[in-house]
Design a protein around this ligand. Sequence first.
Ligand code: CA
Length: 228
Amino acid sequence: MKILIVEDEPSLREIMLRAVGREGYVVETAATFAEADARVAGYSYDCILLDIMLPDGNGLRLLERIRELRKRENVIIISARNSIEDKVSGLELGADDYLAKPFHTAELLARIRSVLRRGRSGGELTLSLGNVSLAPEGRHVEVAGRELPLLKKEFDILLYFMQRPNHLVDKAVLAEAVWGDHADDADNFHFVYAQMKNLRRKLAEAGATVGIRSVYGFGYKLTPPQSE
Ligand code: CA
């Protein structure tokens, strides 16, 4: 799960970064509207924490950009002005939730979990395909009813694919989604290969009826059982 924090106030940004990072999410930050706009245009996030008052623009405009780009990021507006107008316009522009400053980080984390839960996985707590089921919240995977122990990044990779069955996923896109900014370095593709190899072996050994196939020269694809 990848989170973008848009906040111009350095100390608050740092507090949020630490709190969200500790939960195991991949976190990126933007301090200006321009930076946030570039990130949203170039990358995908599971959730965006959006400050309204930015030095070079209004955060609400980013919601319009997300819509223009036909993206489906979850957005939580975080506004210093405890103004009903920001809240109403934000929710009208498609924001998923609103949190007024000052807030407790525990509250922020609860809102993130809630938005992610009703977001991409369609409100369901478990993703299932073939005999594989995955619970994003508890980070728990089962194959044919038996627990499959996975390392953190192996789990993140499987989650990414379970959310996109049959989609051809470019290895650079995958690296970026699972490793965040640090994956821009081509050397890190070695991590993708290594983790992917382990994950595929574990799935095969557990008798999973779904597998991740490599598509030569491009990336990977999660293939469900033929009968489905
Ligand atoms: Ca601000």
